[in-house]
Design a protein around this ligand. Structure first.
Ligand code: FES
Ligand code: FES
Length: 162
């Protein structure tokens, strides 16, 4: 089959490209330079490759590039920069929720998708939201704490400190 001409809107930039019929969104994003999208298991089990696809967290290894034609995609680096990090990114750093960092973009994306729909999640809801993401080094306690802290900072609960 011939390559498919597609358009992807990634982190505010538009890319027009020819995608092979079997090219995954993960491969395509990394080929375009979005290497914050990590390749782990490549079979939907680890969450390292998660991105927001039209606002929903998906494992990009399980999506064909052609299926994402005209989609809006946000990767972890699309959320914030080193000098202006997203509250989630800052909270992960502040709470020791990063060691090697390989899993971190996927966790941040899963957390962002959660907080977009549920600004005050319970610990159980956070653990459910990140249940598709694997981390081999940090331990999940710090990651949950970081997400709780970011949620509180983004939308303080009634009666909260701010
Ligand atoms: S690389 Fe996509 S879920 Fe593991
Ligand atoms: S920080 Fe190393 S895999 Fe999660």
């Amino acid at each position: 089959m011939k390559p498919q001409l597609i358009t992807l809107h990634i982190n505010g930039r538009t890319h027009a490209l020819a995608a092979a019929p079997n090219a995954t969104l993960l491969e395509t994003l990394r080929d375009l330079g979005y290497v914050d999208v990590k390749s782990g298991c490549e079979k939907g089990d680890c969450g390292a490759c998660a991105v927001l696809l039209n606002g929903e967290a998906v494992n990009s290894c399980m999506v064909l590039a052609g299926q994402a034609d005209e989609a809006t995609i946000v990767t972890a680096t699309g959320l914030g920069t080193v000098t202006n990090p997203h509250p989630l990114q800052q909270a992960f750093a502040d709470h020791g929720a990063i060691q090697c960092g390989y899993c971190t973009p996927g966790f941040v994306i899963a957390a962002k998708a959660l907080l977009d729909t549920n600004p005050h999640p319970t610990e159980l809801e956070i653990r459910e939201a990140i249940s598709g993401n694997l981390c081999r080094c940090t331990g999940y306690g710090q990651i949950v704490e970081a997400i709780q802290a970011a949620a509180e900072q983004m939308v303080p609960a009634e009666g909260g400190a701010r």
